[in-house]
Design a protein around this ligand. Structure first.
Ligand SMILES: [Zn+2]
Length: 381
């Protein structure tokens, strides 16, 4: 057992109901788990002490959407896009080729570096998807490697139809919901489908998600990135934990989400990196929809793992307050993963805390781009 007290906190964001922020606080963690929260003057002794020096402390970010098992990069595609070429899902296939050609150790080293970068920016809970293998062996491998660094692993064999199945989509759908799912389910907690005109239809997604549910996996869906595509209604119909992107929504989509347990996960770094209009977080919150913010870090549509930048974009471009954005990036992400004990600071929380070089959480949006994460304390898988 090793204990650490984070003391002298100017502003502590707990997201405790009714009292989301408290002043003059301290937190004690034992083996990474919060054991005590209270006034700084009452803090019990601990083996180690972190002096917040009057700075703000927030819960570790919950990044509920990432694609970190891959090889290669697509900087050239990004450059072409910034020169005016539109984003399409087809670029995923170039990452598939590079990923299939990589060794386990190459993928593992890349993954470890990306996870370390995310943690240095305050992310302590991280969902990671497969989706750049698209064969039984390559998808199984991606999930096995992801499971080495997180419990929140998602089978995304239905990312795009690989080139070798371009003339027989139905056969690929059958592969994904049959033997590929069987090989991947032991390493996965979730199954996901990319619904998009360049990826899978709503009907294909329904077959795949139902098979995943029958195999014991929870459901997540990519929908509404480039058009209102019917994916939100499917996610709500099937009781998915989260529907991700939600950039293009009909009024019926918003109404369906508001009456459901499905979280709308917004990924504003994608709109930043593909130069698209941002999702309307204000519309969703005002309708009573549960909202999360995540990065969608991947080599194509967004290669940033920065939750602080995602949060700043939400504040600047999506009509939410700094506290609403922070809630979406912490407790919202936890809800999107159906997790308790992360994304908040209360006794028993295992998501760790982030000490900021700033007097208030507001500064993450106010001093955008500046590295304000001084130290990440705790956080257990
Ligand atoms: Zn994604």
């Amino acid at each position: 057992m090793s204990s650490v007290v984070v003391a002298n906190i100017g502003e502590l964001v707990t997201f405790e109901p009714g009292r989301p922020v408290r002043l003059g606080a301290a937190v004690v963690l034992v083996d990474g788990v919060v054991q005590w929260v209270g006034d700084d003057a009452d803090a019990p002794p601990a083996d180690a002490r972190v002096d917040a020096a009057g700075g703000a402390v927030i819960p570790g970010f919950v990044d509920s959407h990432s694609h970190l098992v891959f090889a290669g990069d697509r900087a050239a595609e990004f450059e072409a896009r910034m020169a005016g070429r539109p984003y399409t899902a087809g670029g995923i296939r170039s990452t598939v080729a590079a990923t299939r050609a990589a060794t386990d150790d190459e993928l593992r080293a890349r993954l470890a570096a990306l996870v370390a970068q995310a943690r240095a920016q305050g992310t302590t809970t991280l969902e990671i998807k497969s989706g750049y293998g698209l064969t039984i062996a390559d998808e199984e491998r991606a999930l096995r490697l992801a499971r080495e660094v997180t419990d929140e692993t998602t089978f995304l064999g239905a990312h795009v139809v690989p080139a070798e199945y371009a003339d027989d989509r139905a056969a690929y759908v059958d592969l994904v919901r049959g033997p590929m799912l069987a090989a991947c389910a032991p390493h996965a907690r979730w199954i996901d489908v990319f619904i998009d005109s360049g990826a899978f239809t709503v009907d294909e997604a329904r077959l795949i998600l139902q098979a995943g549910r029958d195999a014991g996996l929870g459901l997540r869906v990519h929908a509404g990135q480039l058009a209102a595509d019917g994916g939100v209604a499917l996610a709500v119909e099937l009781g998915a934990a989260s529907v991700d992107h939600c950039t293009h929504l009909t009024d019926a989509d918003v109404e369906a989400l508001a009456g459901s347990d499905t979280v709308a996960t917004l990924l504003p770094l994608v709109e930043f990196s593909t130069r698209q209009p941002y999702p309307d977080a204000r519309r969703l919150l005002d309708a009573g929809v549960a909202v999360a913010i995540a990065t969608d870090c991947n080599p194509g549509s967004n290669f940033s793992s920065s939750m602080p930048l995602a949060l700043a974009l939400a504040v600047r471009e999506m009509g939410v307050t700094p506290l609403e954005a922070l809630a979406a990036a912490t407790v919202g992400g936890a809800r999107a993963l159906r997790r308790s004990g992360v994304g908040e600071v209360r006794v028993g929380s295992s998501g760790g805390v982030v000490v900021l070089d700033a007097p208030s959480y507001t500064w993450m949006a106010y001093r955008v781009g500046v590295p304000l994460v001084r130290e990440v304390v705790g956080g257990v898988r």
